[in-house]
Ligand binder design. Structure first.
Ligand code: UDP
Length: 320
């Protein structure tokens, strides 16, 4: 099997590449290196520097490939609300370029990096795949929009697909094979780590008056190596004739912001300077996945996602 991993030099993409190589897959990485890092490239994988907006380059890379994993996207929620044009072009036009190139060259299997952001504010938890999709930010809208194209490309062009709806991705490869730290991180755990190492003088916890056990927001954090294994299982499933569908990837267990910070203090061995501030707009108090379907359909079970391990593998990277 020869797979093109688009966005394979990024945080999640590089973990996917590692997993596929371990499974004996031949991998080519296609990445424009806007946020991807040279440190995340594996010598065993071919590397093509290219942009999904450059159709000739994309078509050249896609010819003769058995399947595509697509993770090349803009993913900062706040920025997507300020600069939707950028997100429309990269996340929607760019992905349509990929699907069109696949259709043109008869590449049938597509694994798409989607997000829990397609759901918006949860009506109930755990959120399963039948939960209504109603994104409340433009980033989530771009992911959902592509999910709406996929059944049409399936029906009209014979493209088989799995859209993986990630919940909160955290952690790093336990072997240290992925070397690049995310630049300018926007998510909770990297912010905790940057505070711990002094890159930031302090951090804010957005709200302590939610209807949760300690008043801070609860999320479903999933180790990136567990996300990576789901991509391999999805490719295998499609290669064996599996049905196209969207699947949640989370643990089903909720962790509060305060629990995350306190466990980080324990792992790191010193206190972290934080203060409680107002709620952040658009934050649900509680967001947890049901990943029952991924378990049944793909046989996927998270094995790296206990809280302490997620923090330890992240801390190991920040200590370097
Ligand atoms: N959060 C926080 N302080 C920060 C960053 C995040 O309290 O500096 C909280 C945020 O309100 C949310 C949780 O941490 O409840 C996870 O936020 P993140 O942005 O990592 O992911 P999201 O759940 O928004 O996709």
């Amino acid at each position: 099997m020869h797979i093109l991993v688009i966005g394979g030099a990024g945080y999640i993409g590089s973990h996917v590449v590692k997993e596929l190589l371990q499974q004996g897959v031949r991998v080519s990485v296609f990445d424009n290196m806007s946020t991807g890092q040279t440190d995340n490239l594996f010598p065993e994988a071919d590397f093509i520097q290219g942009d999904i907006l450059d159709v000739p380059a994309l078509e050249k890379a896609i010819q003769g490939i058995d399947g595509v994993v697509h993770l090349a996207a803009k993913k900062a929620v706040g920025e997507s609300m300020e600069n939707p044009e950028k997100y429309a072009v990269n996340n929607i036009t760019g992905t349509l370029n990929i699907l069109n190139a696949m259709a043109k060259y008869g590449v049938k299997n597509f694994v798409f990096s989607s997000s829990a952001a397609v759901y918006g504010m949860p009506d109930y938890v755990p959120v399963d795949e039948n939960h209504p999709t109603n994104p409340i930010n433009f980033y989530g809208f771009t992911k959902l929009e592509i999910e709406r194209f996929l059944p049409w490309y399936g029906q009209l062009k014979g493209i088989n697909w799995i859209a993986l709806r990630y919940f909160n991705a955290v952690g790093y490869d336990a072997d240290g094979a992925v070397k690049g730290l995310e630049k300018n991180p926007q998510n909770l755990l990297p912010i905790v780590m940057e505070t711990a190492v002094g890159i930031r003088s302090g951090m804010k916890i957005f709200g302590n008056d939610y209807d949760t056990t300690d008043g801070t927001c609860v999320r479903d954090y999933i180790h990136v190596s567990d996300l990576a294994s789901a991509h391999w299982l999805a490719l295998k499933y499609l290669a064996e004739g599996g049905h196209s569908q969207s699947l949640n990837l989370g643990t089903g267990k909720g962790i509060s912001v305060l629990q995350m910070v306190q466990m980080a203090e324990k792992v790191i061995g010193h206190s972290i300077n934080y203060e409680f501030t107002n709620r952040r707009a658009g934050d649900p108090g509680l967001l947890i996945a049901s990943s029952e379907t991924a378990n049944v359909v793909l046989g996927w079970t998270p094995v790296h996602s206990d809280l302490e391990n997620m923090i330890r593998t992240t801390w190991a990277m920040y200590q370097k």
